[in-house]
Structure formats: structure tokens, C-alpha cells
Design a protein around this ligand. Structure first.
Ligand code: ADP
Ligand code: MG
Length: 361
């Protein structure tokens, strides 16, 4: 296993990149800890596959260096990087048996037959492929084929890291859940450095100890699911993690308060002092969970119009408007919500400010 370090890494698919938007990966540093289980989460097109391919060596980055345990591997081809990579769609040999497919990466490295048998048996057992070992891969369905692909990624225990690129996309939902648990167990047992790409926040949160969130070619935050929930460093993290996501409202700042839709929302004093000096478009961020309804405008509560209330059993989601802005509040199931007009409290310790999408800390 290895610690993987990306130093000032950037990649453009264009021959002569100029503007920042020409880069699929924007220049940044990042370290993947040895033995860590990471999910790499971000919307389609944000650069997740590009980043994995830079790590594995399928892509030579336009700029920057890739280090494994301090050793510069930027110029080494994938075969010499000792990485296992599992793609979105099965990459297997159709004419080989399941056994031969799983044994292939080990045979290639000259492992003796007895050890290959033991290891293939173990991996097949884990993935419930044992009954199919003697069958040809082409005779199997899409799920089983993708399990073979996963198995080929997992069969070597001496790799520097395993990279998964949305490997459960073609797998049916029930099996998906089962395989996710399996991968987690495998990580716990072997302490592999594992990077798992997904655009599904549930998948990311169940699988990984640490979630790296990527936006427009850059990793903007790495943290535990709780860090990402409590302290989003970027509006995208706030919006993407959580259901519903964080409320993000364009605002202006005055001493002691943010102004949204003509209403003053009290801020932590130090925050409003800082915001006065910050460049860029300001936005207020607050999670639906932290908003409270109030009886009146006392204590800084602001008047809002009630648009809709959905009762979801354990809680209610109220859709409210403040001037031209829509706000979602997650309320206790027994909370009475007035029909048209309500007052909303933004607890200052939970109310965050963002400048050009980044947290004002
Ligand atoms: P993700 O895996 O997050 O969906 P990708 O890394 O595949 O994102 O793509 C990032 C950006 O790079 C996208 O804008 C995509 O269109 C572009 N891109 C990806 N692969 C290529 C390629 N081979 N040639 C040109 N542009 C590409
Ligand atoms: Mg991709």
C-alpha cells in the first residue's frame, strides 16, 4: 500500500491550454493517506475519471508530479505503478473462464499455482463467484461480469492502491448494497489504499472513512461525512451533501448581520467583521436542519412566506420564501407550521458565509 501524493497536478485535454476552463483538472495539491478508504464524489464531468487516470498512469498530466511513497512515478506507465483499477464497465476476457480471469493478474506476476489457487478461491468466495469458477465469462450476465472485474482488481494483495471508477453502475440495486458492504469489509481486512469514485452521496458515505469532494476539476474538501455536513468548505459541498442540501442565499453584509431579500440575519460578530474585507460574491449558507420557526420577529427572526409543507413521517420539510429566495427548513414532525406567514430564526453559530463559493472562516 502507498501514500499517494499529487503535487501541483493539472491536466488539459487540449494541446495548448490557456484559460483555467481549458483544464479538466485544475492545478492543486492532494495527499491520499496510506491505507485510507476514500470516496471521490462529484458531479458528472468534474474530472473524477481524469484524476484516477492520472494516478494510475493512463494519463500523463499536463503539469505536476505524482508520488508514491515519496517516489516520483509521473513518467512510469501503468504496468510499472503497481495499481489495480476497476472501471465502470466490465473489463474481462470473455473467452476465459472466471477462474482464468481472476488468476490472470497473479499469473502475470509469476505467482506459483498453489498460491494462485488459494487467492482466487478466497476472492471468488468473497464475491460469491465460486459456483461459476469453471464457466466461461461470456456465458454470464452483466452483474457477474462486473463482479469478475472487481475480483481482478482485488485479487492482488500487493498493490499500491485500488482505484474504483463507479464500478457498481451496471449492478442491480440489491447486489449493489451487498457489494458495497463487501468492499468495506475487504478494506477493513487488508487496509488497502482505496479510492472509490461515485456521484452517489449515499454510496460515498457508507463506503469511505474520508470523502473527497470534487468540483470543476479540483478537490475542494476532504473529510468525514460529519465534517462535510457540519462544516462545508465550499457551497457545492453544502448543497451536494445532505437532503435537502444546504440553503445558499446571495447576500450583502453589514456590521453584525447578513442582508438577504431586504432582511437582516444576525451573524457571528467575528464573521461579519471578516466578511467586510473579503472579495467576491457573498452567499449565506445554512442547513435546513438548523433553521427554527419563531412566533414573532423577536430575537432577529425574519418574516417568511410559507409555500408548502411536506410531511415525511419523522420530520417535515417546509418550503419558504424570503423575498425572491426559496428556503427549505427541516422541522420536527410535531411542529405546527402557520398557513401563510411565519418567522424564521437562523442560529448565528450555524450560519455560514461563502465568498465565490468558498467558506469565509
Ligand atoms: P467525470 O469522471 O467526473 O465525469 P471526466 O474526468 O471524465 O469527468 O471529464 C472531465 C472533463 O474532461 C469533462 O469536461 C470531459 O468532457 C473532459 N474529457 C474527459 N475525457 C476527455 C478526452 N479523452 N478528451 C477530451 N476531453 C475529455
Ligand atoms: Mg467518470
Amino acid at each position: 500500500m502507498a501514500r499517494i501524493e499529487l503535487k501541483q497536478i493539472a491536466h488539459s485535454y487540449l494541446p495548448k491550454p490557456e484559460a483555467e476552463s481549458d483544464y479538466a483538472l485544475r492545478r492543486h495539491d492532494h495527499v491520499w493517506r496510506d491505507g485510507g478508504a476514500y470516496a471521490l464524489l462529484g458531479p458528472s464531468g468534474c474530472g473524477k475519471t481524469t484524476l484516477l487516470n492520472v494516478i494510475s498512469g493512463l494519463i500523463q498530466p499536463t503539469e505536476g508530479r505524482v508520488l508514491y511513497d515519496g517516489e516520483d512515478v509521473t513518467d512510469l506507465p501503468p504496468q510499472r505503478r503497481n495499481i489495480a483499477q476497476v472501471f465502470q464497465f466490465p473489463v474481462i476476457y470473455d473467452t476465459m473462464t472466471v477462474y482464468e480471469n481472476l488468476a490472470f493478474p497473479l499469473k502475470n506476476r509469476g505467482m506459483d499455482t498453489a498460491r494462485i489457487e488459494a487467492r482466487v478461491g478466497e476472492v471468488a468466495e468473497m464475491l460469491e463467484l465460486t459456483p461459476h469458477l469453471r464457466r466461461r465469462a461470456m456465458a454470464l450476465g452483466a452483474d457477474a461480469k462486473q463482479k469478475i472485474s472487481l475480483g481482478r482488481g482485488l485479487v492482488r494483495s500487493d498493490v499500491a492502491a485500488i482505484l474504483f471508477d463507479e464500478p457498481l453502475t451496471v449492478i442491480d440495486p440489491h447486489l449493489k448494497w451487498q457489494l458495497r458492504r463487501k468492499l468495506k469489509q475487504i478494506h477493513e481486512r487488508y487496509h488497502l489504499t482505496l479510492i472509490y469514485v461515485t456521484h452517489d452521496q449515499n454510496e460515498a458515505l457508507t463506503l469511505a472513512d474520508q470523502v473527497a469532494v470534487m468540483v470543476e476539476g479540483e478537490i475542494v474538501q476532504v473529510g468525514t461525512p460529519q465534517d462535510l455536513f457540519e462544516d462545508p468548505q465550499h457551497t457545492f459541498v453544502g448543497y451536494f451533501i445532505g437532503s435537502p442540501g444546504m440553503n445558499i442565499l446571495p447576500c450583502a453584509v453589514e456590521p453584525g448581520a447578513a442582508v438577504v431579500g431586504g432582511q437582516r440575519i444576525p451573524l457571528d460578530g467575528r464573521l461579519s467583521d471578516k466578511a467586510g474585507a473579503v472579495q467576491g460574491a457573498l452567499e449565506l449558507g445554512i442547513r435546513p436542519e438548523y433553521l427554527c420557526l419563531a412566533e414573532s420577529s423577536a430575537n432577529g427572526a425574519v418574516p417568511v412566506a410559507v409555500k408548502r409543507v411536506e410531511d415525511l413521517g419523522n420530520y417535515k420539510i417546509a418550503t419558504l420564501s424570503l423575498g425572491a429566495h426559496t428556503i427549505k427548513a427541516k422541522l420536527p414532525e410535531d411542529q405546527d407550521v402557520p398557513g401563510e406567514q411565519a418567522f424564521l430564526t437562523f442560529p448565528p453559530e450555524r450560519t455560514k458565509l461563502y465568498a465565490d463559493g468558498r467558506l469565509v472562516a
